[in-house]
Write a protein that binds this ligand. Structure first.
Ligand code: NAD
Length: 433
């Protein structure tokens, strides 16, 4: 099949490369010319394990084409996937659909024959209906919802071995086309689930809100564990062993972040508000997650008995999760500027390099070597659970100084740190001071 991905970001690029690898010819279109230039010169614009190799292979075999020319991509393709961003509107909780509608308008203007248009972007219920209105004078255009569930950091595996493929459409014929497209994945065991278009749109928001609820729930239980001397990991394991609950997304940590959960929980509440439905659970998840940022900050204040000025605070990892360079809504985006305001001296190391998000902070510096960044630290905050942070000899790296380790991902055990005589705080466990 000939496919066009509009938007070559985390979703469009991964899906496009994987579709090409399944044997389809894929035009990846992006209006960010810098991105297209990079891709055409063999450089992957995002960090995602395995993606660079996959792109190179399929680019060489001419199944993967990168272009800023929408007309070329659209007119050579039968199926067009809209994979543009759907961020939260500024000063509001509702979803900004401008990128989606702009892309649709452009497709309408340049497409010469019948097209199948699929929203892979996460879009509020009823967006497909609105797109249908845009194409109302175009005969036989089909609008399908096919939300994407890949997770950054595991994106290739998630795309190639999905639990389910959700296709929402009001036309029976489109299920056949989509099933055919995804057949190699269905043959490997992916469930092909069909519903109407609005149903598919809601499945995506409801799924993300549910996962965010699980994380927030265990974060609150972790707060309780810290007060009553119980190890939260025992609770996660004990709860998660019940197949009705399941162990995934029951690991406590900082406030959830990333490009999906924060915006999709808000988006879902906004969708419900319009219908005058009170999603009180999702609302309290958003509130609890917001409060968590302040709670962790208060703990840091307490570590220094509020005297943070000129203390050297080191962040290990700043992205919202490991194996990605994505900074969207990472907890560090709140914590670092707040600590900077308190006149702390911040240094950070991240395996995906320096971040422009902190470049305006005077006393915040990037150190490109994990072995050097910890030197003379007063506090090390283990923010992201990259593998390379799992076996650090902190005493050796910090050198002769009394320091504290605040492990937001519970990568180390309390016992290990006690033996090493390191002042250690983690999440939902007994503290050593
Ligand atoms: P992204 O910001 O990484 O990529 C979007 C891309 O679209 C950008 O490169 C941008 O330049 C391009 N773009 C915008 N308008 C365009 C236009 N008119 N023509 C061509 N290109 C255009 O976003 P993302 O993280 O890939 O997310 C895309 C959608 O997928 C969102 O709705 C998101 O909620 C959803 N989603 C994301 C993830 C994830 O992990 N990132 C997972 C599942 C679903």
């Amino acid at each position: 099949m000939n496919i066009c991905m509009i938007g070559t970001g985390y979703v469009g690029l991964v899906s496009g490369a994987c579709f090409a690898d399944m044997g389809h010819t894929v035009h990846c279109v992006d209006n960010n010319q810098e991105k297209i230039k990079k891709l055409n010169s063999g450089e992957c614009p995002i960090y995602e394990p395995g993606l660079n190799e996959l792109i190179k292979e399929n680019f060489r075999s001419k199944r993967l084409i990168f272009t800023s020319n929408l007309s070329e991509g659209v007119n050579k393709s039968d199926i067009i996937f809209i994979c543009v961003g759907t961020p939260t509107k500024k000063n509001s909780t509702s979803v900004d659909l401008n990128y989606v509608f702009k892309a649709a308008q452009e497709i309408k203007e340049i497409s010469k024959k019948r097209k199948i248009i699929v929203t892979k972007s996460t879009v509020p219920v009823g967006t497909g209906d609105m797109l249908e209105k845009i194409f109302k004078n175009r005969k036989k255009f089909i609008i399908i919802s096919n939300p994407e569930f890949l997770r950054e950091g595991d994106a290739l595996r998630d795309f190639r071995f999905p639990d389910r493929i959700i296709v929402g459409s009001n036309s029976a014929n489109s299920f056949k086309i989509m099933k055919n497209l995804y057949l190699p994945l269905i043959n490997k065991g992916a469930k092909f689930f069909t519903t109407n278009r609005r149903g598919a749109e809601l499945i995506k928001y409801a799924s993300n809100a549910f996962l965010a609820t699980k994380i927030t729930f265990i974060n609150e239980i972790a707060n309780l564990c810290e007060k009553i001397n119980i190890n939260v990991e025992d609770i996660s394991l004990g709860m998660g062993s019940d197949v009705r609950i399941g162990g995934r997304f029951l690991r406590p940590g900082p406030a959830y972040g990333g490009s999906c959960f924060p915006k999709d929980t808000k988006g879902l509440v906004s969708i419900a508000n319009k219908e005058r439905v009170d999603l009180s659970i999702v609302k309290s998840v958003i509130k609890s997650n917001h409060n968590r940022k302040y709670l962790l900050l208060k703990r840091i204040d307490d570590i220094f008995t509020k005297n943070i000025r000129n203390k050297k605070i080191v962040f290990l990892g700043v992205t919202f999760k490991p194996n990605t360079d994505d900074m969207r809504d990472a907890a560090s985006l709140f914590m670092i500027p707040e600590l900077h305001k308190r006149k702390a001296l911040i240094s950070y190391y991240d395996p995906t390099g320096e971040k422009k998000e902190f470049s305006s902070l005077k006393k915040c510096s990037y150190v490109s070597d994990v072995n050097k960044v910890c030197k003379n630290a007063d506090l090390i905050i283990l923010h992201t659970e990259w593998d390379e942070f799992k076996s650090i000899d902190f005493n050796k790296l910090v050198k002769n100084k009394k320091f504290t380790l605040y492990d937001l991902r519970n990568l180390y055990s309390v016992e290990q740190m006690r033996k090493k005589k390191i002042k250690y705080f983690s999440i939902g466990r007994t503290e050593i001071s």
